[in-house]
Design a protein around this ligand. Structure first.
Ligand code: DC
Length: 649
């Protein structure tokens, strides 16, 4: 799937059960693998990042069985992996890479190579390598100094004493070191140089180590002590709580689009959580959202008075803070997120990426080395969002759909931590309503659709006009209607504007011009080109906005709005349509013979019906409305009656 198109959403409500926490799953897997005894891990996350860790542990010789309920049974290797040589591919899983690098560097007699995706090879690891070298770790950079891939061939560990590690680039260096140190058997003190960022993640590390039998003492966030002869022992059963970073998208959804009567509820994190990202809820509350927290669940809904922008130091919630950046689209005034320099070395440079994408939606964004400030637009613009192979970009920008229709490119990147994010998201949101009216040329659908839209106060999409505009733009640019590639380019760069029944192309009004016989025939030809249809798809979906849309064309119900709750197929015999068209032309003072018009209509019907892409036909779930004996008024009334029936159904 190359993209997912989201129409503008008008409400959110319901319950989501969160997938297991990534941070906890990967730490628990490693600890269970290193521990003495067998561990049953319940509710682990199944995603790309945890798959990389699992795969690596299996290659290292650890026995892991999948259980029927999604759990995992891990046979602990008691401090030493069975395999002493291995090459491991860790994708873009930061936690897995850093913690395995530390563990394997402190395994004397091993020979390991650790690799990742190209982006992983751009993410720094020098601070961790420097720390491991103090303990005798023999580590080579196989690419650029300071970055993966790594080769680890430690011959002898120098156990104990004091190890220094820098804490201001990534807290995962300290996490990796702490997880691995008990393997040395010696009492060791880790001293953090510089400010330690993302402290809540280190808290998770300490908490999990304790659950596996090793208590590290800490003094503030500067010094950590691992006792001598520390050994990991299985807790037997280990339950993974829901992912608090994943919770942020749904809590924000509630804060933007839910009511007190029907809030959004997330299950799997609450008071009892050990994840720092639960503090995201405090940030949302500061924006004005109503949040309620239970032991293992949270609920959110929008405040009656709307959300407010905030200024926040986000050091404690580096991942969930991304969700604040898109929530800011729906807040009054500016939101400034500071102390987020670590965003620049994550899956992508998240500060730059976020600034670019929010800009597409119309926000005024200011970007600094370690901050981002967002001033929302009055109304977000529809936009095609790039996700930079970054799961969190995809998930937090889905929220923008509350402001405008958005296309999210490469949505499958959410597989890193939340493979079924989009299906879950769709379950909780209500899109703006849409009525799809299809039918052959001169069936009256355009007039009827426009009237229905006016009566309901909905937007109106005349999709045929887009094909007509494409034909006209090509004619003016000297592009041949049969040249598929060039035509796709024309369609993609169409400079069109619609306003109150009038149409502009490149700033010039062409309302009448696109209705000429020549352009009508051209439209029907260019509409048969798949590349033209693909290029116009999001442009049509961008009309799917609050409070609702009526679209007319040939493929409204089949391709453009297949989920439309009301689909209508309007038709009349070619004879009747030809006669209607003749009268229409006569009113404009143009004369044409009935026979000529009939021939033209029949030719267009044939082309529209027989083309392989999006042919004109009545969808199974479309209601047929035969208008031969009905006037515009009666047809409009019938459609409105069907719509009100649909509303009460
Ligand atoms: O509805 P109309 O007559 O303005 O459409 C002009 C041409 O565009 C028509 O011959 C078929 C094509 N068209 C299409 O293929 N799909 C649509 N959704 C709308 C129009």
């Amino acid at each position: 799937m190359d993209f997912i198109d989201l129409p503008q959403m008008i409400a959110a409500a319901g319950t989501v059960r969160l997938p297991g926490s990534k941070s906890i799953s990967n730490r628990a897997l490693l600890l269970a693998a290193l521990a003495e005894g067998e561990t049953e891990i319940r509710n682990p996350l199944h995603s790309d990042d945890t798959a990389r860790m699992l795969e690596a542990l299996r290659i290292l010789g650890v026995q892991i069985t999948s259980l029927a309920d999604g759990g995992l049974r891990v046979q602990g290797a008691n401090g030493r992996f069975p395999r002493q040589r291995a090459e491991l591919f860790l994708g873009n899983a930061g936690t897995a890479f850093r913690s395995l690098a530390a563990t394997l560097a402190l395994t004397a007699g091993g020979d390991y190579v650790l690799k990742g995706v190209p982006r992983m090879h751009e993410r720094p690891i020098g601070d961790l390598v420097d720390a491991l070298r103090q303990l005798g770790g023999e580590i080579d950079y196989l690419g650029n100094p300071g970055f993966p891939p790594l080769r680890l061939r430690t011959t002898k560990i120098r156990p104990g004493g004091v190890v220094r590690v820098r804490g201001n680039v990534s807290s995962q260096f300290l996490t990796g070191l702490l997880l691995a140190l008990p393997l040395t058997g010696a009492a060791t003190t880790v001293e953090v140089e510089g400010e330690l960022i993302s402290r809540p993640y280190v808290r998770i590390t300490l908490d999990l180590m304790a659950r596996f039998g090793v208590t590290a003492a800490r003094q503030g966030w500067q010094s950590f002590h691992i006792p001598a002869r520390a050994r990991y022992r299985t807790p037997g059963v280990f339950h993974v709580e829901g992912d608090a970073s994943s919770a942020s998208y749904f809590l924000a959804l509630g804060a933007i689009g839910a009511t007190a009567a029907a809030p959004v509820r997330v299950e799997g994190v609450g008071h009892a959580s050990i994840q720092g990202d639960t503090r995201f809820a405090d940030a949302l509350a500061e924006m004005g959202a109503a949040i309620e927290t239970e032991e293992h669940a949270m609920r959110a809904h929008a405040p009656a008075s709307g959300l407010n922008g905030i200024a926040l130091d986000c050091n404690h919630i580096p991942d969930a803070a991304m969700t604040l950046a898109t929530t800011a689209l729906f807040a009054r005034g500016k939101t400034t997120l500071s102390n987020i320099a670590s965003w620049r070395v994550k899956e992508t440079d998240r500060i730059a990426a976020m600034a670019r994408e929010l800009g597409k939606l119309g926000a005024r964004v200011e970007e600094g080395a370690d901050f981002l400030s967002i001033l929302p637009p009055d109304a977000p613009r529809p936009a095609i969002i790039d996700t930079y192979d970054d799961h969190r970009m995809a998930m937090c920008l889905a929220l923008a759909a509350f402001g405008a229709p958005v296309r999210i490119n490469n949505p499958e990147c959410t597989a890193k931590t939340f493979p079924d994010f989009f299906p879950r998201f769709r379950e909780l949101v209500t899109p703006a309503p849409v009525i799809a009216i299809d039918g052959p040329t001169a069936s009256g659908k355009g007039t009827v659709a426009a009237r229905v839209a006016a009566t309901l106060g909905f937007h109106y999409l005349d999709s045929g006009a887009l094909y007509r505009l494409t034909a006209l733009a090509a004619r003016e640019a000297g592009v041949d209607w049969t040249d598929a590639d060039a035509m796709a380019g024309v369609a993609a760069s169409l400079e069109a504007r619609f306003e109150e029944g009038r149409v502009w192309l490149n700033g010039r009004e062409v309302t009448e011009t696109i209705r000429s016989g020549e352009i009508s025939a051209g439209a029907s030809k260019v509409a048969a080109l798949p590349a033209v249809r693909a290029a116009l798809l999001f442009r049509q979906r961008a009309f799917h906005r609050s409070p609702g849309l009526v679209g007319d064309g040939r493929d409204m119900g089949s391709v453009v709005f297949p989920d439309a709750p009301l689909k209508i197929f309007l038709t009349a015999s070619a004879e009747i349509r030809a006669e209607r068209r003749r009268r229409q032309l006569a009113e404009r003072g143009e004369t044409a013979s009935h026979a000529d018009i009939l021939a033209d209509i029949t030719a267009r019907d044939t082309r529209d019906t027989n083309r392989p892409v999006a042919p004109l036909r009545q969808e199974k779930d479309a209601l047929l409305l035969e208008t031969g004996h009905l006037g515009i008024e009666e047809t409009t009334r019938k459609v409105l009656a069907w719509w009100s029936r649909e509303q009460t159904a």
